[in-house]
Design a binder for this molecule. Structure first.
Ligand code: NAP
Length: 238
């Protein structure tokens, strides 16, 4: 891969972009405010980074990272991601997204709903279960003994495999967590969500944004995914 398109230049989008440029991958960013608002970030990341429209970011590379609030998905131009491999980092937070009946009822996982909203996109769920500030902390070169693993879910085996190749190059091992319908295993409040990467798993919720991370090998993640319990989404208050 030579170029990664990134829609969403916030916490997760910019953290993944930093790993990408370090791995000699070009990134094309887009956000909601347009390319000029991205000048500072692009300058900071150096010559491998550029800014464009969402259309330009969507078409920039073989894979597009989609890292925007869930409710913004429906505001993307129709058909934007059709036929594209999309790494979906989205999570459902009712305080931000409002209540979404299909998610509260647990009829759908967040990425299954995203797939309805983004027809034709080959969605792969990843990077949604790790805090943004842990992404640079835990990345390691291939073969490092303390590589951390991220779960990956998707319905299209070829798209999933392509996304896994990208994630490996960015500095992480991967564990296949199954289809999008099984991706609840690493959604908020499930067993394989962000806490699994904390040095101190008992860190108080209000301190999580500063808490340091610790590596999580693939075997441990696999076990955690298998024993994960589905969150009672309707009871979520944040
Ligand atoms: N933060 C975390 O640690 C974390 C961890 C795991 C998963 N996630 C999930 O990952 C997603 C992104 O989270 P984040 O924390 O990176 O969000 P964020 O910092 O709030 O950034 C959101 C980005 O989305 C862009 N955006 C919003 N609406 C858009 C639209 N219609 N078209 C194009 N771009 C749009 C924003 O652009 P503007 O700035 O121009 O508005 C901004 O660049 C969310 O679903 C979140 O739940 C976050």
């Amino acid at each position: 891969m030579t170029t990664l398109g990134i829609i969403g230049s916030g916490n997760i989008g910019s953290a993944v972009a930093r790993l990408a440029v370090a791995a000699d991958i070009n990134v094309v960013f887009a956000n909601s405010r347009g390319p000029r608002s991205l000048t500072e970030l692009v300058e900071e990341l150096g010559p491998r980074a550029s800014a464009g429209t969402v259309e330009q970011a969507a078409r920039a590379g073989e894979v597009t990272l989609l890292s925007i609030p869930l409710t913004a998905y429906v505001h993307l131009p129709g058909g934007l991601l059709s036929g594209r491999i999309v790494v979906d980092t989205g999570n459902y937070y009712p305080y931000r997204d409002g209540r979404i009946a299909e998610l509260d009822s647990e009829d759908l996982t967040t990425s299954e709903l995203a797939r309805r909203w983004l027809p034709g996109a080959q969605l792969v769920k990843a990077f949604n279960n790790i805090l943004a500030h842990h992404i640079p902390q835990l990345a390691r070169p291939a073969g490092a003994p303390d590589r951390t693993a991220l779960p990956v879910a998707g319905d299209d085996p070829a798209a999933k495999s392509r996304a896994e190749q990208l994630i490996h190059r960015l500095g992480y091992d991967t564990v296949d967590a199954g289809t999008l319908s099984e991706s609840w295993r690493f959604e908020p409040e499930s067993g394989a969500y962000t806490r699994i990467y904390l040095s101190d798993p008992n860190t108080a919720a209000e301190n999580m944004l500063q808490a340091p991370a610790t590596p999580l090998p693939a075997a441990a993640l696999r076990t955690t995914l298998q024993t994960s319990k589905r969150a009672k989404v309707a009871e979520r208050t944040f």
